[in-house]
Design a protein around this ligand. Structure first.
Ligand code: OAD
Length: 233
């Protein structure tokens, strides 16, 4: 029996940048236009739910008008030879739309909303019905909120993500400033000796990792290039 190698791919906003979705921390990024404390915290939701709802309605509307790019598609190609697990910080669904079969979202999903009374009641919105309003309720009668992990909230999928990372043979990190924890800490769970790749047009200050190769390039260039190399191995 052949032993299929496991690859964990950690993605951030940069992989979707060339699809037309803004990143967060670069100049012109989302957090320059919007105050995190006003739209992406439990306190913001308490103080001004209408503003928070509007912010995510706008993001959701935009998501329906963009498409996966060459980087998302290249990761699908990788599945022909490897067991590929995507762990994404992104709330878009571009990995799924490209065709990746295993995608774990760390920070939630933009197209979903959930009950404020029972977090297990999750609903998927459609292009014809993507706007949530104050007063829209779950079947138990409580307000619907974005299915997003806000700053200050727990990251439920981090436990399973760290286990996946611990057991992988190759780790690829694409388009993240590695500023937000616990997601940024995942690299430290990867085996000390396994090959690690970092793809980002900006040279991220990452130190102390063995077998790390930095590919200083945009995702649509760097990811297909790395995938081509890995398919030859
Ligand atoms: P950031 O905005 O912090 O970082 C984006 C990264 O993408 C930077 O390192 C850029 O250099 C890189 N980048 C830009 N264009 C790129 C391209 N064409 N190809 C490849 N890389 C490119 O976004 P994240 O690190 O994803 O959380 O942010 C992490 C979390 O912070 C997000 O999930 C979000 C945010 O607040 C929540 O909203 C909960």
């Amino acid at each position: 029996m052949t032993n299929i190698k496991k690859i964990v791919v950690l993605t951030g906003a940069g992989i979707s940048a060339e699809s037309g979705i803004k990143t967060f921390r670069e100049s012109g990024g989302l957090w320059e236009e919007h105050d995190i404390n006003e739209v992406a915290t439990p306190q913001a939701w308490k103080e001004n739910p209408a503003l928070v709802t509007r912010f995510y309605n706008e993001r959701r509307k935009q998501l329906f008008s963009v498409f996966p790019n060459a980087a998302h598609f290249a990761l699908v190609e990788l599945e022909k030879k490897y067991d590929v697990q995507i762990i994404t910080q992104n709330v878009d669904d571009l990995h799924e739309r490209a065709g990746s079969s295993k995608v774990l979202h760390l920070h939630g999903e933009l197209k979903k909303v959930r009950s404020t009374a029972d977090e297990k009641l999750i609903y998927e919105l459609t292009e014809d019905n993507y706007e949530v309003k104050i007063g829209d309720k779950c079947e138990k009668g409580s307000q619907l909120r974005p299915h997003i992990v806000w700053f200050g909230e727990a990251v439920p999928n981090i436990v399973i993500a760290s286990k996946m990372t611990e057991h992988c043979d190759i780790m690829i990190v694409i388009g993240t400033s590695l500023n937000v924890y616990p997601a940024a800490g995942l690299l430290e769970y990867a085996g000390f000796n396994i090959p690690k790749y970092l793809i980002d047009p900006n040279d991220a200050p990452v130190f102390g990792l063995k077998n790390l190769k930095k590919i200083i390039a945009k995702a649509t260039v760097g990811v297909p290039q790395l995938v081509e190399e890995l398919m030859k191995e």
